[in-house]
Structure formats: structure tokens, C-alpha cells
Design a protein around this ligand. Structure first.
Ligand code: B12
Ligand code: SF4
Ligand code: SF4
Length: 318
């Protein structure tokens, strides 16, 4: 009897097997869909992205404009794209800092770009050992990929009026990751209901009026101004104490209400110092040493000092 030659086809790698492995690697939420089955839904998101760029809402984030074509057409990013796998990992929902100086929660801990990428790479390289034909590309934040779109299309949550991806149980303090693969998953998109209802708390809370329902004018957003914008601001904004990032439109969200206390010092990453006088006196060399290897290192020293001065002028009632 002639036996079929044994070829380990990536097709024998099921979504369930991938999901199991990713859950074991610390990703409680895992989704998947076939790109071709998701196309018509994808188009709606791609059009919204195009409109957002056309309105100039990306401000000085030129990479978002440069990556437009690749975001609209994911096969430019990964030519053999068939199945898209998405993951989410929650981070600490507790506020970081004190009544004077605050940091966005996502900064508390090791840089998620590194940890999420490493954990996804480890899982997929292990799967590839078993299924050598598997091809994949891991994307966490920095690739020209519409991560929230993929998260929505694979049922990880809905996009709230604050534009964040919200999971009914985990809320929105979650990081997202996307893995493009050459696998056919035999999965159609799965789209959750939008549970915002008539709530508008995020829109009312935003101190700079950066939000319209499901639309962020990034040029007005404190997160953009403190993290992404280089040089002086065109106008003086109150940052409500935030010196890096902003969580205001998330902490008022009823799906995130479990967090009530400032994170104790013992659970705050050592680089997130909240002593204003100390920080204002810090030199560039000291700052660089303090933030090295953390997500805060993306904020350059002059910009961090600018952010501190905004907090100081608010404190002085200027
Ligand atoms: C650029 C960017 C920013 C910009 C712009 C943010 C924005 N709202 O667009 C700035 C610097 C302001 C920013 C801030 C923050 N960011 Co940011 N950011 C990104 C990045 C790199 C691209 C986002 C993007 O393309 N924006 C453009 C808009 C138009 O696209 P979009 O928001 O993704 O929305 C698409 C779909 O969701 C869909 N859509 C949205 N609403 C609706 C409604 C309907 C009805 C339909 C049909 C479709 C639809 O259409 C859109 C276009 O395709 C992503 C990573 C990535 N590669 O995707 C992280 C990402 C979105 N950021 C993240 C985080 C954590 C933050 C902050 C919380 C950090 C902080 N604490 O300061 C804040 C949140 C501010 C806010 N209210 O959004 C996480 C979000 C996790 C989550 N739960 O959603 C991401 C996914 C990074 C990650 N891998 O975890 N960010
Ligand atoms: S992150 Fe802050 S500034 Fe940006 S939309 Fe939310 S509340 Fe407004
Ligand atoms: S605060 Fe309300 S409107 Fe805003 S995202 Fe949360 S549920 Fe939706």
C-alpha cells in the first residue's frame, strides 16, 4: 500500500490549537477570522481611516499618512495573508501618580511593545516547529495595521465612543496584538454589539474636546500632545496632571470602573516618578538613564520638560 507522503500542511493547524497556546502564554482574549471573509467589513473601517487622514486629524504623526495604502490593503504588509489572529492582554487598571502628576496606566511596567511581541513570537515560532509551512507576521502597535479594526472583526470587543476597543468584561485597559498568517482558519468575522448605549461620559469628560462619538481629533488629544507632538504646543492646554499619555476618557467609562486607588509605590515602576520639583530639576542625562528601555523613552527630554511645565503652570493658576 502506497502511503501519502507526509507533509505537515499549515492547514492542519487549527484555530483552536493556536488559541489554546496563546491563552497559555498570557493572552486571555484570542480571536481569528479569514481576511477574505472579512473584506466587506474591513472596507468600512479602511474608509473611516482614509477620512480621518483626509481631515488631518493625525496631526504630525506622518507615519500614519505614509502607511495609509498598507493599512487599506493588508496584503501589502503580508502578501500571503489569509487568516488574521488577534489577541488582547489586560494591564493594571489603577491610576499611576498622585493628585499633582499622573502617568497613563499603560506606562506602568515593562514596555508592552517588547513583552507582547516576544510572547507572540515565542508562541508562533513554537507552532512553526510543528507546522513548518506556517508563515506569520507579529504586529504590536508599530506596524501599518489597523489593530482595532481586526480586534472588532474578531469579536474581542466593540469600539467605544472614546475610540477604544472595549471588552464587556475586561474593559479597555488592554493591549492589542495582531498576527497575520497564511492559514485558512475557516472563520467568518464575529462582531459584538456596541454596548455604549446612550452613555456619553467619555465625551463630556475630555478636557480638550478632542472626542466626537467614535472619532478622535488627535491634534487636541492630551495623549498625542504629551507623547507624540514634538516641540511647543500651538496653544496651552490643561493636561489635568498628565505628563505622559492620558486616561481620562477611559477611567470614566462604566466598563472600567473597578479601579479606584492610586497604585501604591511598591507596584509603580521605578521610572514613573511623581515628584514635580525633582523632575523639573532633572538633567537630560539623568532623564535618559531613568527611562531607558521603558515605553516612556519614546518621549524625548525637551518634550517631557514641556509637559511638566504645563502641569506647573496649572498648579500656579496661570
Ligand atoms: C495613532 C495611535 C494613537 C493616536 C491616535 C489615537 C486614535 N484614537 O486614533 C494617539 C497618540 C492619540 C493615541 C492615544 C492612545 N492610544 Co494609541 N494607537 C495608535 C495606533 C498606532 C494607530 C491608531 C489609528 O490608526 N488611529 C486612527 C483611527 C482612525 O483608527 P482606529 O482608532 O484604529 O479606528 C479604526 C476602527 O476601530 C474603526 N472604527 C472606529 N470606530 C468605529 C465605529 C464604527 C461604527 C465603525 C464601523 C468603525 C469604527 O475605524 C477606524 C479606522 O479603521 C494604534 C496601534 C495600531 N497600529 O492600530 C494604537 C492604539 C490604538 N493605542 C492604544 C492605546 C493604549 C492608547 C492610549 C490609551 C494611550 C494613553 N493612555 O495615552 C491613548 C488613547 C486615546 C484615545 N482616546 O484613543 C491601544 C488601544 C487599546 C484599546 N483598548 O483600544 C492601541 C491599539 C495600541 C495597542 N497595540 O495596544 N494612539
Ligand atoms: S485621551 Fe484624554 S485628551 Fe485624549 S480623548 Fe481621551 S480624555 Fe480626551
Ligand atoms: S464612557 Fe460611555 S460612551 Fe464612552 S466608551 Fe465608555 S460606555 Fe461608551
Amino acid at each position: 500500500v502506497l502511503m501519502e507522503p507526509h507533509t505537515s500542511s499549515p492547514q492542519s493547524l487549527s484555530f483552536e490549537k493556536i488559541q489554546e497556546r496563546l491563552i497559555a502564554s498570557g493572552f486571555p482574549l484570542v480571536g481569528g477570522t479569514d481576511y477574505d471573509q472579512a473584506l466587506s467589513f474591513y472596507q468600512v473601517h479602511a474608509d473611516r481611516y482614509q477620512q480621518w487622514i483626509d481631515r488631518g486629524s493625525h496631526g504630525a504623526m506622518e507615519y500614519l499618512k505614509r502607511g495609509l495604502e498598507r493599512r487599506v490593503n493588508p496584503r501589502l504588509v503580508f502578501p500571503s495573508l489569509q487568516g488574521v489572529i488577534t489577541v488582547a492582554r489586560p494591564y493594571s487598571p489603577h491610576p499611576v501618580g498622585n493628585d499633582e502628576i499622573r502617568y497613563a496606566r499603560y506606562l506602568n511596567g515593562p514596555d508592552y511593545h517588547d513583552t507582547m511581541k516576544a510572547d507572540l513570537e515565542a508562541s508562533f515560532s513554537a507552532l512553526k516547529l510543528e507546522f513548518p509551512e506556517l508563515e506569520y507576521k507579529v504586529c504590536v502597535d508599530t506596524s501599518a495595521v489597523l489593530e482595532r479594526t481586526w480586534a472588532v472583526l474578531t469579536g474581542l470587543g466593540w469600539v467605544g465612543k472614546n475610540t477604544l476597543l472595549i471588552h464587556p468584561q475586561y474593559g479597555s485597559f488592554i493591549f492589542l496584538g495582531t498576527v497575520f498568517t497564511n492559514l485558512t482558519l475557516n472563520r467568518a468575522p464575529e462582531i459584538l454589539k456596541d454596548y455604549c448605549g446612550s452613555c456619553t461620559r467619555c465625551i463630556e469628560t475630555c478636557p480638550t474636546e478632542a472626542l466626537e462619538p467614535h472619532y478622535l481629533e488627535a491634534r487636541k488629544c492630551i495623549s498625542y500632545l504629551t507623547l507624540e507632538k514634538r516641540g511647543d504646543w500651538e496653544k496651552d492646554f490643561t493636561t489635568r496632571g498628565f505628563v505622559a499619555g492620558c486616561d481620562l476618557c477611559q477611567e470614566v467609562c462604566p466598563y472600567n470602573t473597578k479601579a479606584v486607588r492610586y497604585t501604591p509605590a511598591s507596584e509603580t515602576a521605578p521610572h514613573l516618578i511623581s515628584d514635580l520639583a525633582f523632575l523639573l530639576n532633572e538633567t537630560e542625562i539623568e532623564y535618559r538613564a531613568r527611562v531607558k528601555g521603558t515605553a516612556l523613552s519614546r518621549v524625548k527630554y525637551p518634550d517631557f520638560q514641556r509637559n511638566l511645565k504645563a502641569v506647573l503652570s496649572l498648579k500656579n493658576g496661570e
